[in-house]
Design a binder for this molecule. Structure first.
Ligand SMILES: Nc1nc2c(ncn2[C@@H]2O[C@H](COP(=O)(O)OP(=O)(O)O)[C@@H](O)[C@H]2O)c(=O)[nH]1
Ligand SMILES: [Mg+2]
Length: 158
């Protein structure tokens, strides 16, 4: 089985903005890590939305998320329907944060998304609000990712 300990798994509904967020973060990481570790690039695992939307996800998909270093639950603030089962993140014995995407959108409802993430088991202080379009909130999210991932990715750098 692949070792995904050094990677971040993105999980969320179809069209919640996972792939766009991954691209945005990868660009930021490239800038950030230019003079540091090249292996930072493409360290995200982008999962298909079916993973969260079907009642029985594939064993393989669970394995990917299970051994990732960090789980990011992605919810779009435009989405009015929850699809994450209650306490979903407690299925995984790894750190998890929540990300609310598309905050630039005119139909945005952040409070609703926060409720969905709370229902999934994410604490309010671990929720980040971002727009992959404008870049709003991306820096704070980057910092959070580094907080969790740096010790795993660079165990020699204290
Ligand atoms: N307005 C806005 N649209 C976004 C944002 N992020 C993603 N989208 C759009 O939402 C749609 C789905 O995004 P995608 O990343 O493919 O979602 P995925 O299915 O979760 O991978 C696309 O049309 C994106 O352009 C954002 O921050 N703001
Ligand atoms: Mg996608």
């Amino acid at each position: 089985m692949a070792n995904n300990k050094k990677r971040v798994a993105l999980i969320g509904k179809i069209s919640s903005g996972k792939t766009t967020l991954k691209q945005r973060l990868s660009n930021e990481e490239m800038k950030y890590s230019k003079t540091q570790m090249v292996s930072y690039f493409d360290d995200f695992i982008d999962t298909p939305g079916e993973f969260i939307e079907l009642p029985f996800f594939s064993r393989q998909a669970i394995n990917i998320a299970c051994d990732a270093g960090l789980l990011i639950m992605v919810v779009s603030c435009v989405d009015s329907q929850n699809s994450i089962p209650p306490n979903f993140i407690h299925t995984f014995n790894i750190p998890a944060i929540g990300v609310i995407t598309k905050i630039d959108h005119q139909d945005c409802n952040i409070k609703r998304s926060r409720n969905f993430l709370a229902y999934a088991g994410i604490k309010p202080k671990n929720i980040y609000e971002v727009s992959s379009e404008t870049g709003a909130g991306i820096e704070a999210l980057e910092e959070a990712i580094h907080h969790y991932m740096d010790p795993i990715r660079n165990p020699n750098l204290k």
